[in-house]
Design a protein around this ligand. Structure first.
Ligand code: NDP
Ligand code: 8X3
Length: 254
């Protein structure tokens, strides 16, 4: 029987690429996000290429009631989730901490930490009951190293790093694998969101070097979820070749 994967934040970037690559691997998919039309377009795009079942769940991951209702709405078949990819997330703003906007801080904390916890809280019991499952958390290099003006975003991704380790320990008796994939710079809508819609500013982030693409990260997820039953990939830190750390980036025109 085909496995089932639930991917949060599948309307764009890394989550969308993961959904497409998992479909290619014969997974049936539950794809989630706030932008309903994009979810529907992705269903068409995937069904054109692959023969898989797809369920869309349209909710804001910051809203616990919406998350609970979405998972509760799944029928018996779709509750057999084998892989949960906690990908939905964002950075909002890049200012020194004393100039940061409280609204930005709350969006990041509510999405990257609390949202990840809300959906995991609903899915983990389903995996525990079946004594099988794999949770893949999309962290970041920002969860490993703090950089100037990254303050609260780095804090949320360090939390993802810690929560991933905690999940791995506590879920050990239930045969549930837990993996963190931590990327460096990936060109998606991430920087447009971070700079509140300023596309020109976002473009500058990836200027003069070849960044990672969403598909590079999706390939890492595929590698992690296709290991044999006795193998767990704990953590992968993946950078563009031109980037050694948040501080060492080789740009062509510098
Ligand atoms: P995108 O902005 O392209 O995609 C973000 C996804 O998250 C969208 O599908 C969006 O869906 C979803 N999302 C955001 N807020 C919410 C919300 N409140 N409720 C539900 N879904 C939400 O960025 P990326 O693909 O780059 O980001 C994916 C993950 O990768 C994030 O966790 C990010 O922190 C992480 N990451 C990104 C890196 C990069 O350089 N791009 C590097 C390291 C980590 P919608 O808006 O439709 O709700
Ligand atoms: C995204 C990568 O370097 O902008 O998490 O924090 S970075």
């Amino acid at each position: 029987m085909n496995k089932i994967a639930l991917i949060t934040g599948a309307t764009s970037g890394i989550g969308k690429a993961i959904a497409v690559q998992l479909a290619e691997q014969n997974y049936n998919l539950i794809i989630t996000g706030r932008r309903k039309e994009r979810l529907e377009n992705l269903v068409t795009e995937i069904k054109d290429k692959f023969n898989c079942k797809i369920k869309t769940l349209n909710f804001d991951i910051r809203n616990k009631q919406e998350v609970d209702e979405a998972i509760d709405s799944l029928g018996k078949y779709w509750k057999n989730i084998d892989v949960l990819v906690n990908n939905a997330g964002l950075a909002a703003g890049a200012e020194p901490i004393h100039d940061g906007l409280v609204d930005d801080w709350e969006r990041m904390i509510d999405t990257n930490i609390k949202g990840l916890l809300y959906i995991s809280k609903k899915v983990m019991p389903l995996m525990i009951e079946r004594k099988t499952g794999h949770i893949v958390n999309i962290g970041s290099v920002a969860g490993k190293q703090v950089y100037a003006n990254g303050n609260v975003y780095c804090g949320t991704k360090q939390a993802v790093d810690a929560i991933t380790q905690g999940m791995r320990i506590d879920l050990l008796p239930y045969n549930i694998k837990v993996t963190q994939i931590a990327p460096g710079a990936v060109e998606t809508e991430f920087s447009v969101v971070r700079f509140h819609g300023d596309k020109d500013k976002a473009k500058q982030v990836y200027k003069g070097f070849e960044p990672l693409y969403a598909n590079d990260i999706a390939e890492a997820v595929i590698f992690a979820v296709t290991r044999p039953a006795h193998v767990n990939i704990n953590d992968m830190l993946i950078m563009p070749t031109a980037q050694a750390s948040p501080y060492y980036l080789e740009r062509e025109n510098e």
